[in-house]
Design a protein around this ligand. Structure first.
Ligand SMILES: [Zn+2]
Length: 297
C-alpha cells in the first residue's frame, strides 16, 4: 500500500455569518483529506473585512465546529492579528518592483473592462488614497494540477490583470493574506470549494513572487440550491446546529462517502472517526457544483 505523506490542511472561513451546508462540506472535505492520512488540520478565521462581519460570528463558527466534532490542531489564527505579516510581504513586493500604488477608481477602469491597464489611468500624486497592486507581466500563464478537477491553466495577465493586494481603504486583499498565512501555517494541501478555483493562479503567482512554497490544491464541488445558486451565509435559514449528526451524514454523502455516512455512530466525534477510517479520496465527486440535500439548501 502506498502511504501518502502526512499533510497539513486547513479550513479558513470568513466570519460573515454562521456556517451553512456549503461551509460544512469544505470543513469536512479538508478535515478528511488531512486527517485520513494522519496529517494535521488547522482552523483560520479570515476576518479582514469588519464591515461584512457581524459581531460574534467568529465565536459562533468555532462553537458550530466544536458541536460538529471538529477540533483544529494548534491555535486558531485570526487574520485580523496578522496585519504586520501582510505589510512585510507587501514591502518586499514593492522593494522588488513587483507591486505599485494605484489611485484608479472603479469608473476609471470601466473602459478597460475592469482590468487594470499597464499604466495607471489616474496618477497618484494628488494625495488620493492608494490601493497597491501586483504587477502581472504579459505571459504570466499559471499551470497546475488540481487533485480533483484535473489540469488547470490561466493566463493571469489576460484573465485578471494587475490585481489588488491592499485596498485603498487599507483592507488587505484576500489573495495576499491567504498566501502569506498558508505558508506561515505550513499548509501542504488546500482543500476548498471550486468557487475559489479561479483565485488559485493568482495565489500561485504571489507564492512565486514571495518565494513561498505552493501547496497541493483540491477544489470540491460547491453546494447549490435546486436552482443552481451557491448557498450563502445569508440564506442559511436552516442552520446546522439543530442536528449535527444528520448534517455530517448529509455532508459525507455529498462528498461521495456514502458508506461512512451510514456508519452507526452516537456522536459527531464517533461519526468523524468512522468517516476518517472509511475515507475514499477516489469517491469525491468531480463536478464543480452539486445540489445540496433539500433540508440544507
Ligand atoms: Zn491604477
Amino acid at each position: 500500500m502506498i502511504r501518502r505523506m502526512a499533510s497539513i490542511g486547513r479550513f479558513a472561513p470568513s466570519p460573515t455569518g454562521p456556517l451553512h451546508f456549503g461551509s460544512l462540506v469544505a470543513a469536512l472535505g479538508s478535515w478528511l483529506c488531512a486527517c485520513a492520512d494522519g496529517g494535521m488540520w488547522r482552523v483560520r478565521i479570515e476576518d479582514l473585512d469588519p464591515p461584512r462581519e457581524p459581531a460574534g460570528s467568529d465565536r459562533r463558527i468555532l462553537e458550530q465546529l466544536a458541536a460538529l466534532g471538529f477540533a483544529g490542531d494548534g491555535e486558531t489564527i485570526h487574520q485580523s492579528t496578522r496585519q504586520q505579516a501582510y505589510a512585510e510581504a507587501l514591502a518586499r513586493l514593492v522593494a522588488d518592483g513587483a507591486a505599485y500604488p494605484c489611485a484608479c477608481s472603479r469608473s476609471d477602469l470601466e473602459p478597460f473592462a475592469g482590468t487594470h491597464p499597464e499604466t495607471c489611468v489616474r496618477g497618484h500624486a494628488q494625495g488620493l488614497p492608494t490601493a497597491w497592486r501586483l504587477r502581472v507581466p504579459h505571459g504570466s500563464v499559471i499551470v497546475f494540477d488540481d487533485a480533483l478537477q484535473g489540469p488547470q491553466q490561466q493566463d493571469v495577465a489576460v484573465a485578471v490583470g494587475d490585481f489588488v493586494l491592499r485596498r485603498a481603504d487599507g483592507i488587505w486583499a484576500y489573495q495576499l493574506a491567504v498566501v502569506v498565512d498558508d505558508a506561515w501555517q505550513g499548509i501542504t494541501e488546500v482543500v476548498r470549494g471550486s468557487d475559489l478555483l479561479d483565485s488559485t493562479p493568482r495565489q500561485i503567482l504571489l507564492q512565486r513572487a514571495l518565494d513561498l512554497p505552493t501547496p497541493r490544491y483540491l477544489h470540491l464541488p460547491v453546494a447549490t440550491d435546486a436552482a443552481g445558486r451557491k448557498l450563502s451565509k445569508s440564506s442559511a435559514d436552516r442552520p446546522l446546529d439543530a442536528n449535527p449528526l444528520e448534517s455530517l451524514r448529509a455532508a459525507l454523502a455529498f462528498l461521495g462517502q456514502t458508506e461512512a455516512a451510514r456508519a452507526a455512530a452516537a456522536t459527531p466525534t464517533a461519526l468523524l472517526a468512522a468517516a476518517r477510517e472509511r475515507f475514499r479520496r477516489e469517491s469525491l465527486p468531480r463536478a464543480a457544483a452539486r445540489v445540496a440535500p433539500r433540508d440544507f439548501a
